[in-house]
Design a protein around this ligand. Structure first.
Ligand SMILES: [Zn+2]
Length: 265
């Protein structure tokens, strides 16, 4: 995050007081998209006064009693204190452009937006509510992947969330994802890339493994821009690259177009 009176970390242009906030944390000079906290994202997308936070009662446990340099419980407490979130996904029911939707937003500041059991379950609760109330599901991703401290239970969430998406498909309800920087690992390889419409923010990196890991493994040089939103658009993995300042407008038009029963499944 850039402090007032500072310069853009990408283009070094001076940023006036409140300038960045007024342009949705996108540099007005070069268009660099700064990372967003989940509550800010929800506020940017949802119609004012319509947000109802759900599934907050689901809190992470420590089933493996995992310990690396610190205990997992301690890491979770620290992340909760630092972010004032209970988990890496903020789940809400709200309206976007007067369309009722179920909205899930991952926050990279909470343990790298990693997907543990609670993130998976919150996603599934949102999908279930969307089916029950016949509303679309919109999810904003930002994640380093699976939550290592939950081991296999974390990896299971990949299958679990994809099955939940299948419920939306069967109910012919639209499912839209917005991939933001970075969306990688198990989140890229599961619910974030099986949507009816996949939107990406400009300049974001999204791939299963990072470029360096792939280069080390395959011993081949990757093309410049590998895994970027623009490259993923060119290769058909992403449907639209949308500037954050136009995102709500584009989502509203999409929700109008897809409507109930308009999803291709
Ligand atoms: Zn800039």
């Amino acid at each position: 995050m850039v402090e007032e009176g500072e310069r853009c970390k990408k283009c070094s242009s001076p940023l006036g007081e409140g300038e960045l906030e007024r342009s949705m944390n996108v540099c007005p000079h070069c268009g660099y998209h700064y990372p967003l906290r989940a509550p800010v994202r929800v506020a940017q997308l949802a119609d004012e006064g319509t947000v109802q936070i759900v599934a907050e009662e689901l809190r992470p446990g420590d089933p493996l009693e995992f310990f690396d340099l610190k205990s997992y419980t301690e890491r979770v407490s620290e992340a909760q204190l630092a972010t004032r979130l209970t988990e890496a996904m903020l789940a809400a029911l709200c309206e976007i452009g007067s369309h009722p939707v179920a909205l899930g937003v991952l926050d990279f500041h909470f343990m790298g937006g990693s997907m543990g059991s609670v993130v998976g379950e919150r996603f599934c609760r949102l999908a279930k509510t969307a089916v029950e109330r016949e509303m679309p599901l919109v999810v904003v991703a930002a994640s380093g992947g699976a939550r290592m401290q939950e081991g296999l239970l974390s990896l299971m969430q990949m299958a679990k969330t994809v099955v939940a998406v299948q419920m939306l498909n069967e109910a012919r309800l639209p499912y839209i994802t917005i991939l933001t920087h970075p969306t990688t690992g198990g989140v890229f390889a599961s619910f974030s890339t099986v949507a009816d419409v996949i939107i990406a923010e400009p300049g974001a990196v999204m791939s299963f493994a990072g470029a360096r890991v792939i280069e080390q493994t395959t011993r081949e040089k990757l093309p410049p821009g590998f895994g970027s939103s623009e490259s993923q658009l060119a290769h058909g993995q992403v449907d639209l690259v949308v500037d954050r300042r136009q995102l709500k407008g584009v989502l509203t038009r999409l929700l109008t177009l897809l409507g109930k029963g308009g999803s291709s499944g």
